[in-house]
Write a protein that binds this ligand. Structure first.
Ligand SMILES: Nc1ncnc2c1ncn2[C@@H]1O[C@H](COP(=O)(O)OP(=O)(O)OP(=O)(O)O)[C@@H](O)[C@H]1O
Ligand SMILES: [Mg+2]
Length: 244
């Protein structure tokens, strides 16, 4: 079964139509990277999947369940999806471990000791073992973002949505966050991410999806999209963002 099936998704804000019939499918363990110019609709698409924005038309299916149906329980859907945005959004008054386990304890009702043990293990795995009991303001931006990712994966979400998770970071700190995403891919996560890091997209993506004006203009393997783009919009975008 596919983890995500988006079919003919439309979304407008007032008279600004931002998504114009998007079709996108993610198989289990697939890593799909959204690229495209600012304003092309990448974040909006991610936000509709997490039900932050409701779609105007079309259908979103998560592991077989129609989540675009109006009566769907949005909190229950969100509990199945891990999300990390550009801004880390850690709670400043809570220690790293408490940030990481909050949803597991409060939303999923996991046993606090078990959630803590899993949180500590994940923090250690991603090089944050010494930060378990620190407050977020004692961490670098890259460390904070890694904590946010650990928080998102603690409850084993079916799907991980990552939106420009490195764009607020000092360039020196981008690598450590991208290494973590590589690790998630290796351990089998299903990931849909928007990024401006083209080298990373090429490296980690099973499939690259180019958005332009609210449409998917072209999709394919990294080699197809980066080395032999077919559509003029893709060619023009890549010429602008890559140094060739
Ligand atoms: N909540 C909102 N209300 C009104 N307009 C919105 C809202 N969210 C997004 N938009 C508009 O939708 C369009 C697409 O924005 P979106 O954030 O999806 O683009 P993006 O591809 O993520 O761009 P970027 O690369 O800059 O992150 C833009 O014109 C934006 O102004
Ligand atoms: Mg965006």
């Amino acid at each position: 079964m596919n983890v995500l099936e988006a079919t003919n998704v439309w979304k407008a804000f007032g008279d600004n139509t931002v998504l114009r019939g998007v079709d996108l499918t993610l198989a289990q363990h697939e890593v799909v990277v959204l690229i495209g110019a600012s304003g092309s609709g990448k974040s909006t698409l991610l936000r509709t999947i997490n039900l932050i924005e409701r779609i105007d038309d079309g259908r979103l299916v998560l592991s077989g369940d129609d989540i675009s149906e109006p009566r769907v329980d949005a909190d229950a859907v969100r509990a199945r999806i891990g999300v990390v945005f550009q801004q880390f959004n850690l709670f400043p008054h809570m220690k790293v471990i408490d940030n990481v386990t909050l949803a597991a304890r409060k939303v999923h009702g996991q046993n606090p000791a078990e959630a803590r043990a899993k949180g500590v293990a994940l923090l250690e795995r991603f090089g944050l073992g010494e930060k378990v009991n620190d407050y977020p303001d004692r961490l670098s931006g890259g460390q904070q973002q890694r904590v946010a990712i650990v928080r998102a994966i603690l409850t084993d979400p079916e799907l991980l949505l990552l939106d420009e998770i490195t764009s607020a970071l000092d360039p020196m700190l981008v690598g450590e966050v991208l290494d973590l995403v590589r690790g998630l891919k290796e351990s089998g996560s299903t990931i849909l991410m928007a990024t401006h890091e083209m080298a990373f997209a090429r490296d980690v993506a099973d499939r690259v999806v180019f958005m332009h004006g609210g449409r998917i203009v072209e999709a394919g393997t990294p080699e197809q999209i980066f080395d032999a783009p077919r559509e003029p919009e893709t060619q023009e975008f890549l010429a602008r963002v890559t140094h060739r």
